[in-house]
Write a protein that binds this ligand. Structure first.
Ligand code: VOV
Length: 247
C-alpha cells in the first residue's frame, strides 16, 4: 500500500506577479508618478525590514515576456500576513497602474524521503530551509507542478520504497548544480491550483535550462511530472524602482 510521506512545513510564500499599464502610467502627471513610486518604495522598505528582523523574506524582480512585468516575492510565518501585505500593495497609488496576471500561494516544504534522524525543531540547517531568506542571486525561475495520476503512471499509488528510490535519484541530479542553482520547493496541495511550486535561483539563467533539461530524464520527472507556466525574473534592488518605473 502506498502511504503519504511526512512533510515538514515552514513559512508561507506568495508569488505576486504584476503587469504595468504603461499607457496609463505615462498619462499620469509627474507628481502622481513620483507619489506612486515613493509610496511603493516605502512599502518595499517595510518588507525589507521584516527580513532584517528574520520574520520573513522579500525579493523584487523584473519579469521577462508577456506573462508579467514584476514579481513581488514574500515569505512569512503565516498566510494572514501574506494576505495583509498583498492588500497593502493593492491599496497603493501604484496599484492603480497594475494588474495581477498571476499569483501563487504555497508553503515551504521538506519531504522526509531522505530523513536523517535529525530533530527538525532544533536542527539549524532544517530550520534555515523551512524559514528561508531568499538568496540574493541574480535570477529567479518559478513554475508550478503536479505529480501525475494516470494509469500506470500514478505517483500516489507507488510504494514508499519506490518513491524514495526515485527521489534519491532526483536529489543526486540536483546536487550536481550546487553553487549554480538553489531551489525552494513549496507545497500547495489544497492551497493553490497545482501540487507544488518550484522556485529556483541562479547567477546565470542558462543554468535553469540545463538543470531542468537534465532532470527531465530522471524517472520522477520523465514519468510523473506535469508542469504549469514558467516565469523568469531578474532580481532588483529596491533603489532601482525609480529607474524601472521611469517613463
Ligand atoms: C537545485 C537542485 C535541486 C536539488 C538539490 C533538489 C533536491 C531535492 C531533494 C533532496 C528532495 C527530497 C527532500 C526534500 O527536500 O523535500 C526534493 C524534493 C522535491 N523536489 Fe527537488 N531538488 C532540486 C531541484 C528541483 C527541481 C528543478 C524540481 C522540479 C522538477 C523538474 O523536473 O523540473 C524539483 C521538484 C521537487 C519536488 C516537487 C519535491 C517534493 C517531492 C515530493 O513528492 O514530496 N526539485 N528535491
Amino acid at each position: 500500500m502506498a502511504e503519504a510521506v511526512e512533510t515538514l512545513d515552514g513559512w508561507y510564500m506568495l508569488h505576486d506577479f504584476r503587469q504595468v499599464d504603461w499607457t496609463a502610467f505615462k498619462k499620469a502627471s509627474t507628481e502622481e508618478r513620483e507619489q506612486a513610486i515613493s509610496e511603493l518604495n516605502h512599502l518595499m522598505a517595510s518588507w525589507q525590514d521584516v527580513e532584517g528582523e528574520k520574520q520573513g523574506s522579500f525579493g523584487f524582480y523584473t519579469v521577462i515576456g508577456h506573462k508579467a512585468d514584476l514579481l513581488f516575492l514574500n515569505v512569512r510565518p503565516t498566510m494572514e500576513e501574506l494576505t495583509e501585505l498583498e492588500t497593502a500593495l493593492n491599496k497603493t497609488k501604484m496599484a492603480e497602474y497594475f494588474t495581477q496576471p498571476y499569483s501563487y500561494v504555497s508553503v515551504v516544504e521538506l519531504s522526509t524521503y531522505m530523513a536523517q534522524g535529525k530533530d527538525p525543531e532544533t536542527d539549524p540547517e532544517i530550520q534555515a530551509r523551512l524559514k528561508p531568506i531568499l538568496p540574493k542571486w541574480n535570477h529567479v525561475c518559478f513554475y508550478p507542478m503536479d505529480k501525475r495520476r494516470q494509469g500506470d503512471d500514478n505517483w500516489y499509488m507507488m510504494s514508499k520504497e519506490e518513491r524514495v528510490k526515485q527521489m534519491y535519484q532526483h536529489g543526486m541530479t540536483g546536487r550536481k548544480y550546487a553553487g549554480k542553482v538553489r531551489q525552494i520547493i513549496t507545497g500547495s496541495q489544497g492551497l493553490d491550483d497545482w501540487e507544488w511550486g518550484v522556485t529556483l535561483f541562479a547567477h546565470d539563467t542558462l543554468q535553469f535550462k540545463k538543470l531542468i533539461y537534465e532532470m527531465r530524464f530522471d524517472e520522477v520527472s520523465a514519468r510523473f511530472a506535469d508542469f504549469g507556466s514558467f516565469y523568469i525574473g531578474h532580481r532588483k534592488e529596491r533603489e532601482e524602482l525609480e529607474r524601472i518605473m521611469h517613463v
